[in-house]
Unconditional design. Sequence first.
Length: 354
Amino acid sequence: MARRWMMVSGEKPMVREEFQPDAPGPGEVVVEIAGCGVCHTDLGFYFDGVRTNQPLPLCLGHEISGIVTQAGEAAGDWIGQPVIIPAVMPCGECDACQRGKGTICRAQKMPGNDIQGGFATHITVPARGLCPVDMDRLTAVGLTLADVSVVADALTTPYQAAVQAGIGPGDLVIVNGTGGVGGYAVQVAAAMGATVVAIDVVQEKLAAVQGHGAALALNARDYDSRGLKQEITGFAKANGLKTSEWIIMECSGTAAGQIAAFGLLNHGATMCVVGFTMDKVEVRLSNLMAFHARLLGNWGCPPELYPGALELVLSGKVKLAPFIEQRPLDDINAVFRDVHDGKLVRRQILVPGS
């Protein structure tokens, strides 16, 4: 019998239950889950009162990898395939999807929000958009199928932000908040040819990215807003980099981080809002006009971009292993508490049966 952990409320521990996976309908598959990453969004649902689209009780989790074990009509070719499930699955049929804007599809499905999620042994999902995984190449870079669960969201979200911002050689990219999504944002930007400045308030997180793409690591606690901008400007001048048109990737998901990132805008800059918080911030929007800058939102990642993001991992340009840690799925309540309390630096991947 399959099993999953259900959130009944933010005030009670998640509860393990046995269930029968939904039989796959036309164009659907059942995936036996190898691993599911614990994301900041999951913590928002559980601890911060962020509402899920499907009423509770609900199984959370949207960073999922596994093997297809059953398939409905027109999806039989997927049986036996190792896959990554997109964290956001557009319908593929609506006007927005047809125009290449699947991230704003109003019929999209997100595991652990719109449908039952991945903190389970099995999940039934649409086959459309599944990302196949070459296990031979994965093994060659020392990773398991469970490890690449974090590609869905932790890697693909900053990857889409980088693609949307047009990051390339010669760019100066500033990543604000280098834990989780931010750590991968550093690596993605560096893989695209940019010089990356990493900012965080946790020294251990900065140390981790210094060896993986960050040319400069700054602890925001050591600077006021003006000093931080001056430090980066000095670095840019000393290294022959742009002192305008910076690309700022705000990944901290905190009000303070968003304010700090907005303060780094300069002429022609682009600020990508990647992290999420329920908190409100007060900024002077006229800076966008005065600097002829732009502010880009970033929701999920279109499934068609997943193979490109995965290729960065399989080619060794983006490293997962130093930033992840596998834990048994049955430890979910303890893991959630520890991640929420800031006790764990690495991305936690919950593995059924381990």
